[in-house]
Design a protein around this ligand. Structure first.
Ligand SMILES: O=C(O)CCC(=O)C(=O)O
Ligand SMILES: [Fe+2]
Length: 187
């Protein structure tokens, strides 16, 4: 748990799956992703170093609205099937795919995923390994957890880890890509 302060607790609703893809699949997927056009992420007026590409639906973090956008490209169809199977949800409920490109040293700060999205988030890691950190509560009540996300691994955020915990990724050592799939909140 390195430098994280607090009481160590594995968050309910977190699942981790190494080797969702094999090495050859990762190589061909990285070749496809690296050819995408990525756009900037602006959070509270700050431009992040990581960049993103959204498929299915585009989330606007200013208006908190989702609007339909270009369909999931064919190279991500099989990945979505496997991520859906891991999470135990139908693949077609994973209506949004967010591809994030993390240059060396880039991060994602503490957050919960937007409530505009449904209860299950599934992520796939490619390229550099990184840490995924979790926190809940403050002061003596603070609970923390940390896992290494290996390349080709996938993880699920559902239940309490989705709603009650925050997560973040400290500086990635090398170039990393993630593909995260989200559901639309129903009703
Ligand atoms: O890159 C990742 O695996 C996680 C990114 C994340 O937390 C997010 O996009 O909400
Ligand atoms: Fe997130």
């Amino acid at each position: 748990m390195g430098r994280m302060r607090g009481v160590h607790e594995r968050p309910e609703g977190f699942a981790y799956q190494p080797e969702l893809l094999d090495v050859d699949e990762e190589i061909s997927l990285l070749a496809a992703l690296s050819a995408y056009d990525f756009g900037e992420v602006r959070m509270y007026g700050q431009i992040a170093r990581r960049t993103v590409r959204q498929f299915g639906f585009r989330y606007d973090c200013g208006s908190f609205q989702l609007t339909e956008t270009e369909a999931l490209p064919v190279e991500l169809h099989g990945v979505r099937e496997r991520c859906a199977a891991l999470a135990g949800v139908p693949a077609d409920t994973l209506a949004q795919a967010l591809v994030t490109r993390y240059p060396p040293g880039s991060v994602i700060g503490w957050h919960r995923d937007a409530p505009a999205f449904g209860p299950t988030v599934v992520g796939l890691s490619l390229g550099s390994a990184c840490l995924l950190r979790f926190q809940r509560g403050r002061g003596p009540e603070r609970r923390v957890y940390e896992v290494e996300l290996a390349p080709r691994s996938a993880y699920v955020l559902a239940g309490a880890v989705r709603t009650a915990w925050q997560h973040s990724i400290p500086p990635v050592p090398e170039l990393r890509y993630s593909v995260t799939f989200r559901q639309l909140r129903s009703g």
